[in-house]
Design a protein around this ligand. Structure first.
Ligand code: PLP
Length: 397
C-alpha cells in the first residue's frame, strides 16, 4: 500500500489517540536508517521512543527471532519456559536484582512493581502501608494505576476516580519528598532520569538522599528504568551512575529490541509474590523472552553499552558547543549517554523538530525540549551529520 491508502484506512478504522501523525509510513529499516513506503530514507535519532537499541534489521537479532519463531511463540506459564528462565538469569547476573517477573510493557512492569511493594507490606501484616510517592512530571504508563502514579494531570483528568494512594512531589526537592513521607508510605517510585517530560535527571546527591531516607524509614525504593535501562544512559542500568541500588526496578522499551516485553526486577527481600498473587498470559512467553536474551547477548558481544557511553559523551559535547553559539535560542542541554535533551527558548522547539523531519531526521519533542534518543549503535559520523543539520536548522530559526 502507498502512504495515501494507509492514511485513509487508518483514519477510517483506527482509534486516534496520537493526534496528527507525521506524514510518513515506514516500510523497512537497516542500521539507523528507515525507508518509507515511497522509498525515501530517514535517519533515526529517536529509536521508536528509546526502543530500537540495535537499530533495524540487526542480522544476529533477526536470526535469533526467526529461530525462536520457528520453534515456539507461546506456551503459557503453566509450563517451564527456557527463554523465560534464561532472560531472568541474564538480568539477575547483570544487575542488583535477585529475581525477575516478565510482563508485556512498561506500564505493566510498573503495575507489577507497585503491586509487589504493596504486597510486601501486606504480608508483614501492615496493609495500611499502601501509599506510593512519585514525582511531578514523571511518566509511568497509561494503565489506570500507572496514570495515577504519573505526575501529570493531563493524563489523569478524564479518568477520575484514579487508583487512590499516590502522592506527588516536585523532582529534585528532597525536603518536599521527606515531608510527604508518612507512616502509610510503602514506596517511592521514580525515574532516575525523567524521559517523557523532557530529559530531567534526578541527580546523584538527590538519589543518594532518597536511598538513605528509604533505608531509614523502611520504604521500598522503586526505579522506573523503562526508558533509562538497557544501555540508554551509557550504563546497562542508570542506577549504576549514582552509587545507589533500588529495591525494585522495572525495564521495558529497549529490553525486547522492538518486541513487546517488560520486567519487574527485585532484590530477594522484596520478592513477596507467591503463587496466585500476580500473573500474565503473555508475560515472559518464549518469543519475547528470546528477544530479550538476544538483545542482552548482542549488546554485550558488540560492546554496545560502552559504545553508547562514548558516542553519547561525544554527542553531548557537540550539543553543548552548538548551544553556546545560540544563547538566544537554546536554554540548556541535559541528559546522560544517548538520552539527551536540548531545551529551546520561546517555543522554538516545534519548528526545530519539524525542520529536522523535513530533512528526514527523526527526533522527539516536548513543549520546550528536543528529545534525542538514537539507536545505541549510532556512530560518531552519524552524530557529525546530525549536528550539522541541527546547526543549520537552528541558525535558520
Ligand atoms: C515509556 C515509559 C513507560 C510506559 O511504557 P509502555 O510500554 O508504553 O507501557 C513507563 N515508564 C517510563 C519511564 C517510560 O519511558
Amino acid at each position: 500500500m502507498n502512504l495515501q491508502e494507509i492514511k485513509q484506512m487508518d483514519e477510517t478504522y483506527y482509534m486516534n489517540t496520537f493526534g496528527q501523525r507525521r506524514n510518513v509510513a515506514f516500510d523497512h529499516g537497516k542500521g539507523i536508517t528507515l525507508y518509507d513506503t515511497e522509498g525515501n530514507a530517514y535517519t533515526d535519532f529517536f529509536a521508536g521512543i528509546a526502543v530500537n537499541a540495535l537499530g533495524y534489521a540487526h542480522p544476529a537479532f533477526v536470526k535469533a527471532l526467526q529461530e525462536q519463531a520457528g520453534k515456539l511463540l507461546h506456551t503459557s506459564s503453566l509450563y517451564y519456559i527456557e527463554p523465560q528462565a534464561r532472560l531472568a538469569k541474564m538480568i539477575v547476573e547483570r544487575s542488583c536484582a535477585d529475581r525477575v517477573f516478565l510482563a508485556n510493557s512498561g506500564a505493566e512492569a510498573n503495575e507489577g512493581a507497585i503491586k509487589l511493594a504493596k504486597i510486601y507490606f501486606y504480608k508483614q501484616g501492615k496493609p495500611e502501608r499502601s501509599e506510593i510517592i512519585t514525582l511531578t512530571d514523571s511518566f509511568h504508563g497509561r494503565t489506570l494505576t500507572t496514570v495515577a502514579a504519573t505526575g501529570q494531570p493531563k493524563y489523569q483528568k478524564p479518568y477520575r476516580p484514579l487508583t487512590p494512594g499516590f502522592v506527588h512531589v516536585p523532582i529534585g526537592d528532597f525536603d518536599a519528598l521527606a515531608a510527604a513521607v508518612t507512616d502509610k508510605t510503602a514506596a517511592i517510585l521514580l525515574e532516575p532520569i525523567q524521559g517523557e517530560s523532557g530529559v530531567h535527571p534526578c541527580g546523584e546527591e538527590y538519589l543518594q538522599k532518597v536511598r538513605a531516607l528509604c533505608n531509614e524509614k523502611g520504604i521500598v525504593l522503586i526505579f522506573d528504568e523503562v526508558q533509562t535501562g538497557i544501555g540508554r544512559t551509557g550504563k546497562l542500568f542508570a542506577y549504576e551512575h549514582y552509587g545507589v541500588e533500588p529495591d525494585i526496578f522495572t525495564l521495558a522499551k529497549a529490553l525486547g529490541g522492538g518486541v513487546p516485553i517488560g520486567a519487574v526486577c527485585a532484590k530477594q527481600a522484596f520478592c513477596a509474590f507467591e503463587p496466585g498473587d500476580h500473573g500474565s498470559t503473555f508475560g515472559g512467553n518464549p518469543f519475547s523472552s528470546a528477544a530479550g536474551c538476544a538483545v542482552l547477548d548482542i549488546i554485550e558481544r558488540e560492546g554496545v553499552v560502552e559504545h553508547a557511553a562514548e558516542v553519547g559523551a561525544y554527542l553531548k559535547e557537540k550539543l553543548c558547543a552548538l548551544a553556546k553559539n545560540y544563547p538566544d535560542k537554546i536554554a540548556e542541554v541535559r541528559g546522560v549517554g544517548l538520552m539527551l535533551g536540548v531545551e529551546y527558548k520561546g517555543g522554538l522547539v516545534k519548528a526545530v523538530n519539524d525542520a529536522l523531519f523535513a530533512r528526514h531526521i527523526l527526533c522527539g519533542n516536548t513543549a520546550t525540549t528536543l528529545r534525542i534518543l538514537p539507536p545505541l549503535i549510532v556512530t560518531k559520523e552519524d552524530v557529525d551529520a546530525f549536528i550539522a543539520a541541527l546547526d543549520d536548522v537552528t541558525s535558520n530559526l
